[in-house]
Design a protein around this ligand. Structure first.
Ligand code: PNS
Length: 161
């Protein structure tokens, strides 16, 4: 049984993330989506519980996907949950340098390999940071097609037009 771990901030989950999860769920027997809880990264827009809840609702159609939160090294979580690989999405070459460095560091400290999944070009511009910024400035409805419905609902509740 092959298990993939997909770690991220997911603040909030967007359609590019969902695409990675759906592809990983076809490629692996089981997928664990783990949302980082990191106070040093600054105050997230959505708290740990809410981010996990939104992910859970957004992946409800995928039987082999579980959701977790973590506040540790990703490689320690991987060992804890028995993951065989880390999965990450790549939107553009701008993601590559940082993701490659993290993949190499994680491999160096644990032997754990990272598998990269390219995002569809139609979604490669979507980023959680831009979704947050647009929603905060009154544009929640304009990004609703770029995030799963449970996320769109919460963004519109949080930032009514
Ligand atoms: O969605 P993000 O912000 O790009 O996700 C980054 C994340 C959470 C995957 C990365 O910061 C991470 O793995 N953090 C956990 C702590 C850790 O293991 N750091 C060492 C990375 S080499």
């Amino acid at each position: 049984m092959r298990t993939a771990l997909f770690p991220g901030s997911f603040d909030p989950l967007h359609n590019g993330h969902l695409e990675v999860i759906e592809t990983a769920s076809e490629l692996f027997d089981s997928v664990i989506v783990a949302a980082l809880s990191n106070p040093q990264k600054g105050e997230p827009l959505f708290g740990d519980e809410e981010r996990q809840e939104m992910i859970r609702e957004s992946v409800a159609h995928l039987d082999n996907v579980k959701v977790a939160a973590f506040a540790s090294l990703v490689v320690d979580l991987a060992r804890e949950v028995g993951a065989d690989v880390i999965v990450k999405g790549l939107r553009a070459t701008s993601d590559f340098d940082y993701e490659l460095q993290m993949a190499q560091m994680n491999e160096a400290i644990s032997g754990l390999v990272t598998v990269f999944l390219p995002s569809a070009s139609s979604r490669s511009f979507i980023a959680s940071s831009l979704v947050r910024e647009i929603a905060r400035l009154g544009g929640a409805a304009r990004v609703s097609a770029m995030v799963p419905a449970p996320v769109a609902k919460r963004l519109e509740e949080r930032f009514p037009a």
